[in-house]
Design a binder for this molecule. Structure first.
Ligand SMILES: Cc1ncc(COP(=O)(O)O)c(C=O)c1O
Length: 378
């Protein structure tokens, strides 16, 4: 694929002296959105009383824009602070009888697993972990999960896994879960902007973060709820909307809270539009693939085969013997000495660097990382 669009670091305020190669964790907010947030905060603090009277209408506007970006029915789309909150609402809503099983995979995000464990403990249920080989193709993923759906009260699956940067076949998994009459919760934390219409498969619950690939302000996420669960779904914070029967609206006002990120989030969608995202995204795929190859060559390893890789993340295998047991120590050395931000992940006994690409990255970023990293890992 020919890369025809130029990198646009000018649209961000990221420190140009740092190699920012981990957009996938916390995203990065473009300058324009930051400026809008600053002006909204100035307005809020000029007259908090007036500000809070306007919040509900502004949230409606924002919610509609975010739902439209996901190409989902706004009637089932609620704002939540993050994907963890979305999964927690889902588990709070779904019946989880004693003796039943909450099924997830060994690729599930750690905090989501903790949520499953908490609800299993509280309800006398059991968490069942399905092992999915890293390289598994779509049919294998579905077959392995489908074997574990008997007596399941909930299936939780990632749309794009975090530690293994692997895309799961959500359409087929929703169909398999529904064939077994098992409600399915899709953890789409990484899906917005990487997968078009990510909630279209009709999962019982789908949640995804806008702060990652759409580069929206942090603490902006969505929860898409299938019609049958809408009346039972409640926000995690009990507030004045407790007896509001309108489904997405009752998730809007969560007490005295900083609503600026939710209100400003659509500005980042405008930035993506200006970046010509449908053309840019495949170019970022080409970029991260090339960058991963350059790094793997420098490390003498390879780019991991994950079956179906997402648009903008790749796993590069770490050389054997790299000691990650010091927690963040190595990351801090890489950050301090190499001025590079990367993340390490692992699966079974393998260790990886998970590389990201966003519109501010260029091949030179991966080349510079590749020049300096072997020395720090050695
Ligand atoms: C697959 C997956 N699920 C859930 C989360 C949790 O997201 P948050 O911390 O925004 O709740 C993440 C975060 O990276 C993730 O990658």
């Amino acid at each position: 694929m020919a890369v025809t669009l130029s990198p646009r670091p000018d649209l961000w305020t990221l420190d140009p002296g740092v190699l920012h190669l981990n957009h996938g964790s916390y995203g990065a907010v473009p300058r324009r959105t930051q400026e809008l947030m600053a002006s909204l905060r100035t307005e809020m603090d000029a007259n908090p009383m007036v500000w809070f009277r306007t919040v509900a209408d502004r949230l409606t506007t924002s919610r509609l824009a975010l739902a439209s970006f996901l190409r989902t029915d706004p009637a089932g789309f609620a704002l939540v602070p993050n994907a963890s909150a979305g999964v927690t609402v889902a588990l709070h809503t779904l019946p989880i009888p004693a003796g039943s099983r909450i099924v997830l995979t060994d690729h599930a995000y750690g905090a989501v697993r903790y949520a499953a464990e908490r609800f299993a403990r509280d309800r006398g249920a059991e968490v069942v972990t399905v092992a999915i080989p890293l390289e598994a193709d779509d049919d294998t993923v579905v077959a392995l999960i489908a074997e574990h759906l008997d007596n399941a009260s909930v299936l939780i699956v990632d749309q794009i896994t975090s530690g293994t940067a692997k895309v799961f076949p959500i359409d087929a998994l929703v169909a398999a879960a529904h064939d077994h009459e098992v409600p399915i919760v899709v953890d789409g934390a990484h899906a917005p902007a990487l997968i078009d219409a990510p909630a279209a498969a009709g999962a019982d619950f789908w949640t995804g973060n806008f702060h990652k690939w759409p580069a929206a302000p942090r603490a902006t996420a969505g929860l898409v709820v299938a019609e049958r669960w809408r009346s039972a779904s409640m926000p995690l914070i009990v507030s004045w909307s407790e007896y509001d029967e309108r489904m997405p609206e009752r998730f809007d006002m969560q007490g005295t809270y900083d609503y600026v990120p939710w209100i400003a989030a659509p500005e980042s969608l405008e930035v993506l539009a200006d970046l010509d995202w449908p053309t840019r995204r495949p170019q970022l795929t080409a970029l991260v693939e090339e960058g991963a190859k350059v790094l793997a060559k420098a490390l003498g390893t390879g780019v991991a085969e994950v079956g179906h890789a997402p648009a903008t993340m790749r796993l590069v295998e770490l050389p054997s013997g790299v000691d990650l047991s010091g927690g963040d120590m190595l990351k801090m050395r890489i950050s301090g000495e190499l001025k590079a931000e990367i993340t390490f992940t692992g699966f079974e006994d393998r260790q990886f660097i998970r590389l990201s690409a966003h519109a501010y990255n260029s091949l030179a970023d991966y080349e510079k990382l590749s020049e300096g990293l072997p020395r720090l890992l050695g």
